[in-house]
Design a protein around this ligand. Structure first.
Ligand code: NAD
Length: 504
């Protein structure tokens, strides 16, 4: 099977840093003990920079700076409008340098440049959204006629620990930074070790926008070192984590000792269910984009396609032909649709699943490295048909450009297949039957459902998964709820009936 590909030029952005440092208390610093780790680019798999590897001492310093800024600084005490102005300036700055951001993100992650640009713009939009939200925010009051008025006094929780993954790193960091800062928290961000490049840009963006020193702190490092120290730190009352389910389980256990607030956005294996009455052209476009965009390194990827038997053969033939025409190659080339996977370790994992799939399904497209791309972490968009629900490639998150197709006969069978995995992040339903669409949507185990669409987000709606895909929902006011405490204040308006203990 010949894949369409574009050759790599190994484009290197101008002024690429060769060392990536922490940002603590308003200053770029190395690790106290001088520890570093190597950072590779996914096209050459060569080390292009060393990054400071944070240890317990570095996390202690970052948390101390964030705690001081929270306890004594202006940020938590500012009027919402004043904080919103700063957040809008951040959004403006991200927008103004979206091309540079995309270039660096593409270099570090292997994401296609056009998609990295879209992610940079989304990062800006996240700040704008939460800036508007805090200005419009109202809190509840409750009247007990003649007796009480009670109101909610919303307060930022304190130092928020933010731990993020390597897929779309800058955008996913914005998804946590924007609501945490909007709420008045101060933060310590621990970005993913595969992709630390773009996170360091936040420091300058925030400083220029007027975020006081100590409000934003960044500690790079390995999950089991810097991440673990942040999770266990007693002065960090809440952790927002996005990453793998198994890592989430470890963090959950480690948060228990200090009873921390937690938000967990975890893995997925989301179904796209295509009924025979669907608009087939649109369903094919959408399910291709749903799993092959962002290199398939996407938590909400529609990585299991379930297709009604009467259209199954037609769907498979058309889907496979399109998958073979997807342009794979140089992430910096605007023609590229699938770039290079983030890291050789992840590439090996995805290729391992491609080999497993060859004995679990019928290979229709891809199945290995595209011709003409002998270096870099390239995988041809890979399609397996006739995949049984017991197959590992049906059950396990691959997080790469690999999709399974499985036929079904009835609505009940489609639902059982859709729900027959441990995950429950997203589901995509393709049908023109309104009743079926709503009944299916309400029965499927998924935190988010799209009818006749791929993942198009309305930032006000809840974001998150059920089962092994997560704990709690962020998105809109729910994010503000997570980063704030809702204190109930009770005001007495009349004499209170009080039993007179000891009064005879
Ligand atoms: P990962 O779990 O390996 O790492 C995520 C982050 O956790 C990294 O910063 C890492 O350093 C840190 N970490 C690792 N071990 C830690 C520990 N013991 N204590 C504290 N921190 C630790 O995930 P990844 O491979 O970077 O990202 C891919 C995963 O993320 C996929 O499973 C994907 O589905 C998931 N994801 C989910 C969503 C969502 O919203 N549900 C979004 C994007 C990605």
């Amino acid at each position: 099977m010949t894949q369409t590909s574009v050759q790599t030029t190994h484009f290197v952005p101008a002024d690429l840093p060769t060392s990536i440092r922490h940002f603590i208390g308003g200053k770029f610093v190395d690790s106290v003990g001088g520890e570093t780790f190597d950072v590779l680019d996914p096209v050459s798999n060569q080390t292009y920079a060393t990054a400071a590897a944070g240890q317990q001492t570095d996390i202690d310093l970052a948390v101390a700076a964030a705690k001081d800024a929270f306890d004594n600084g202006p940020w938590p005490r500012m009027l919402p409008r004043a904080r919103a102005r700063v957040l809008h300036r951040i959004a403006d700055a991200v927008e103004a340098q979206d091309a540079r951001l995309a270039e660096l993100e593409t270099f570090d992650t292997g994401l296609p440049i056009t998609q990295a640009l879209g992610q940079a713009q989304r990062a800006s939009e996240n700040f704008r959204f939460f800036a508007d939200l805090i200005v419009a925010q109202a809190d509840d009051t409750y009247k007990v006629p003649g007796r009480q008025i009670n109101y909610v006094n919303r307060k930022p929780v304190g130092v928020a620990g933010l731990i993020t993954p390597w897929n779309t790193p800058f955008m996913l960091e914005s998804w946590k930074l924007a609501p945490a800062l909007a709420s008045g928290c101060t933060v310590v961000l621990k970005p993913a070790e595969f992709t630390p490049l773009s996170a360091s840009l936040w420091a300058e963006i925030f400083r220029t926008a007027g975020v006081p020193d100590g409000v934003f702190n960044l500690v790079n490092g390995i999950g089991e070192e810097a991440g673990d120290a942040l999770v266990k730190h007693p002065d960090v009352p809440l952790i927002s984590f996005t990453g793998e389910t198994t890592t989430g389980q470890t963090i959950y256990r480690n948060c228990a000792a200090n009873l921390k607030g937690m938000s967990m956005e975890l893995g997925g294996k989301s179904p796209a269910v295509v009924f025979a009455d669907a608009d087939l052209d649109a369903a094919i476009d959408s399910t291709l984009f749903g799993v092959f965009s962002l290199n398939g390194e996407r938590c909400t990827a529609s990585s299991r396609i379930l297709v009604e038997r009467s259209i199954y053969d037609d769907f498979c033939t058309r889907y496979a032909a399109r998958a073979q025409s997807i342009v794979v190659g140089d992430p910096h080339d605007p023609k590229t649709e699938v770039g290079a996977l983030v890291h050789p370790e992840h590439y090996a994992k995805v290729m391992g699943y491609v080999e497993i799939g060859k004995s679990e399904g019928r290979l229709l497209a891809g199945g290995g490295r595209p011709e003409g791309l002998s270096e870099g972490n390239y995988v041809s968009p890979t399609v397996f048909a006739d995949v049984a629900p017991t197959a590992r490639i049906f059950q396990e998150e691959i997080f790469g450009p690999v999709v399974t197709i499985t036929p079904f006969e009835t609505d009940a069978e489609a639902l059982a297949l859709a729900n027959g995995v441990k995950y429950g992040l997203a589901a995509y339903i393709w049908t023109t039957d309104l009743t079926r669409a709503h009944n299916f949507a309400q029965s499927v185990d998924a935190g988010m459902v799209w009818l006749n669409s791929h993942n198009v987000r309305d930032l006000r709606t809840p974001f998150g998964g059920v089962k092994a895909s997560g704990l709690g929902h962020e998105g809109g006011y729910r994010s503000i709820d997570f980063y704030t405490d809702s204190q109930a204040v009770h005001i007495t308006l009349a004499p209170v009936h009080t039993p007179r203990f000891g009064g005879k």
